[in-house]
Design a binder for this molecule. Structure first.
Ligand code: ADP
Length: 439
């Protein structure tokens, strides 16, 4: 077998006159080289080429071993193949002890050169075969190792591919799921959008209908109060005629006169109630428009309008305004002060000198207005009820009224985000408090 990697050296150690062996030995293989060594140079030869075959005599090998520190190690590592010529039987045992890992072939030197050549060539062939066998075994071992490595590498790659595939599968599964989710969300969104559009359309329809209804309601309010008042006006007219034309001396018919008067008052009262109801319901649709307004001007205007009544009852009005300039709903406030001042005069007219005090002051960002009088007052059990529509704290016919004034005041104050409350005691006068934001 040709081996390119390592030559097979045949070393003739410390022996002379065997050159006739060179040719037949070299004829055995292409990679055979022949060297000559001394016991001093042998070590270097076998070290550089461990597969050397040494041809020597036991004496010179023993001497070579003598100069080495550890012959066993040399045998184990390098000196593997030894052919001993001219052997001296006594030294062989010592050699085998010293070189336990070395193949030693003993060849006696015989006179017949042909037979000697045959003997040596046969043994060299044997050793070369064993070297080549070893090469082969090594190669097979290497190949097996290589195969094992490739196998391991393949398995690793296979595992990686499997992992990659399962990863890919997982990812595609997740992707599918995400896609499903996104599709469902999209469908849901489209559905919501559709619903919102329908709702918006319905809402618009409703708001249109509502506006129409409000309009209708307003017209209805006007017509109903007008229509309701028409028969009242008719009844009132007939009563007048009845009293003037048919009961000219009705003072004599006392009972009839009383009844007729009561009916007239009821008619008047009902007419007022209808007016008040109309005003109250109109307020519901009113939106406060705020402007800078002066409280003093508003109050003076109202007092001026009532100067005859004030004079009639000899009423005194005291005004103490710490805050005058405000940003609020002027028309609304005008109504509030009209109603409160009217009440103050009405419910204190029995006093010799009715006294009405109107004051204002600032509390944080709010204005507090107090309208107080020294009139008949009321029981505090009515303190909240009097702000409801048509609810009164008195049924004395001396004090005419429908019970709508304070309800209207309360509604206006509610619209400017304020509050109203009252404090009173029968016969000790009343105080009405109003608080709302200055701006
Ligand atoms: P009206 O005065 O027409 O009855 P209001 O709504 O203005 O209706 O007042 C409701 C009730 O509150 C009155 O009936 C009266 O009993 C009571 N009230 C209002 N203001 C005063 C006041 N200044 N003094 C005493 N009682 C009052």
């Amino acid at each position: 077998m040709k081996n390119n990697n390592s030559n097979i050296n045949i070393i003739f150690n410390e022996i002379e006159g065997f050159e006739f062996l060179y040719k037949p030995i070299q004829g055995l293989r292409e990679n055979i080289s022949i060297e000559k060594s001394t016991k001093e140079t042998l070590y270097n030869f076998i070290k550089t080429n461990p597969d050397s075959i040494i041809i020597s005599n036991d004496k010179s090998i023993l001497e070579f071993i003598d100069i080495l520190n550890d012959p066993k190690a040399v045998s184990q590592t390098y000196l593997k193949h030894l052919i001993i010529l001219f052997h001296q039987i006594a030294a062989i045992k010592e050699l085998q002890e010293n070189l336990p890992y070395t193949v030693i072939l003993l060849i006696p030197v015989i006179d017949d050169p042909k037979a000697l050549i045959h003997l040596i060539i046969t043994n060299v062939k044997l050793l070369i075969s064993s070297i080549e066998n070893r090469y082969l075994e090594n190669r097979i071992e290497l190949l097996e190792l290589e195969i094992e490595k490739v196998k391991i590498e393949n398995e690793k790659q296979l595992k990686e591919i499997e992992n990659y595939l399962s990863d890919l599968e997982l990812k595609s599964l997740m992707f599918e799921r995400e896609k499903d989710k996104a599709e469902k969300e999209l469908q849901l969104r489209l559905l919501y959008e559709k619903e919102i559009t329908t709702l918006n359309e319905t809402l618009q329809e409703y708001s249109l209908k509502l506006n129409e209804l409000i309009k209708e309601l307003k017209t209805f309010n006007y017509t109903i109060s007008h229509d309701l008042k028409a028969p009242l006006r008719g009844i009132a007219g007939y009563f007048k005629e009845l009293i003037n034309d048919y009961f000219p001396d009705y003072s004599k018919i006392e009972r009839a006169s009383f009844c007729v008067n009561q009916i007239r008052r009821s008619i008047e009262n009902m007419s007022k109630m209808i007016d008040d109801l109309l005003n109250y319901s109109k307020l519901e649709f009113d939106t406060p428009t705020k402007t800078t307004c002066n409280l003093e001007n508003i109050i003076n205007y109202i007092i001026n309008e009532r100067k005859h009544v004030i004079q009639k009852y000899n009423a005194a009005i005291e005004i103490d305004l710490q805050v005058k300039q405000i940003y609020s709903w002027e028309r609304g406030l005008m109504q509030v002060f009209s109603n409160l001042i009217d009440n103050a005069i009405k419910y204190s007219k029995i006093r010799e000198t009715p006294l009405i005090k109107i004051s204002s002051k600032q509390i944080d960002k709010n204005i507090l207005i107090i309208v107080a009088d020294n009139g008949i007052g009321f029981d505090m059990i009515y303190a909240e009820k009097i702000f409801q529509l048509f609810k009164r704290a008195t049924n004395n016919p001396e004090y005419e009224g429908t019970g709508a004034g304070l309800a209207i005041v309360s509604k206006i104050i509610e619209k400017i985000k304020g509050k109203i409350w009252a404090e009173s005691e029968p016969d000790k006068g009343s105080k009405f408090f109003i608080q709302f934001p200055i701006e």
